[in-house]
Design a protein around this ligand. Structure first.
Ligand SMILES: [Zn+2]
Length: 285
């Protein structure tokens, strides 16, 4: 048997489970995330140090301050109250995992040359007689302060209606809710996204990269600099609805972190391809 069930790496850990009964084989990326309840009074001051935290038991003890967002705008924020913070962390994990899960399937291409017999490995990915060998992709967050792969500050807005532009290192309280946008030219098509799920996606990076890129970055790179920021979120509707664009659909791009890891678990097969769960289940119910 050549399957490796657990892989631990600096970017993220992963676990491979063989098919069992009618349950598909599964590749779960396990990302350890440390969330910081941002102290708004020193959020952007050198005096605050790295990731300044302020948690209070009652609102009367909360501090206020202007926090800089990813567009360099300043937004009035306040300290988190302990019970709000606990609720936020629970919702963060739930909404991010829900956004990424139950969408992506990987299919092996064929035997990898010189890697030995693939027969046993192939069998561990057969869940039913009707479907070919396949692996479901999953994301699991472990909220921890111990050896986190991802460090994210969370600001608490005073006025929840104020827009705050998040990035992978700093988000806000409202980022665990669904937000709705539209794309120019398709105004009647609502596009949903949980911002926190998108920002966590940036942490699903290659070991040697600073972040996992937006869905259309390769295309955006070919444009003049001024047009890149916008285009990388998807210059067509089909791209823009992706999780690493403006939406919540997992496409071949979103599958990259799993595609780049599966060979470490199953070393006798190569040529892995992505398929969305919906067409896969239509073909192999
Ligand atoms: Zn982004």
């Amino acid at each position: 048997m050549t399957i490796h069930h657990v892989v631990k790496e600096r970017n993220f850990d992963s676990v491979f489970q063989s098919a069992k009964g009618s349950a598909s084989a599964k590749l779960t990326i396990k990302l350890k995330v440390e969330l910081f309840a941002l102290d708004p009074s020193v959020a952007d001051s050198p005096a605050g140090g790295e990731h300044p935290v302020h948690l209070v038991n009652s609102l009367s003890h909360a501090k206020r301050g202007l926090v800089i967002d990813a567009d360099d705008d300043t937004i009035m924020c306040r300290s988190w109250v302990t019970h709000e913070w606990e609720e936020f962390k629970t919702k963060f994990k739930k909404m991010v995992e829900m956004s990424w899960n139950n969408q992506m399937i990987l299919l092996p291409g064929g035997p990898k040359k010189g890697a030995g017999s693939h027969v046993n490995d192939y069998k561990t990915m057969l869940a039913t007689e009707r479907a070919p060998a396949h692996v479901e992709c999953a994301l699991e967050l472990d909220l921890t302060s111990n050896g986190a792969h991802a460090e994210i500050e969370v600001a608490r807005k005073v006025d929840k209606r104020r827009e705050f532009r998040s990035d992978m290192e700093r988000i806000v309280d409202t980022d665990v809710e669904f937000s709705t946008t539209t794309m120019k030219g398709f105004r009647d098509r609502k596009i949903f996204q949980v911002t926190a799920a998108h920002e966590v996606g940036h942490w699903l990076r290659d070991v040697d990269k600073t972040h996992f890129s937006h869905v259309d970055w390769e295309y955006a790179k070919t444009l003049p600099a001024a047009e890149r920021a916008h285009a990388q979120y998807g210059h067509t509707l089909g791209k823009h609805v992706a999780m690493m664009g403006g939406g919540n659909l997992c496409t071949e791009h979103e599958a990259q972190p799993w595609l780049s890891r599966i060979g470490r678990h199953v070393s006798t097969l190569a040529g892995w391809k992505f398929m969305h769960r919906i067409p896969f289940r239509k073909r192999f119910p």
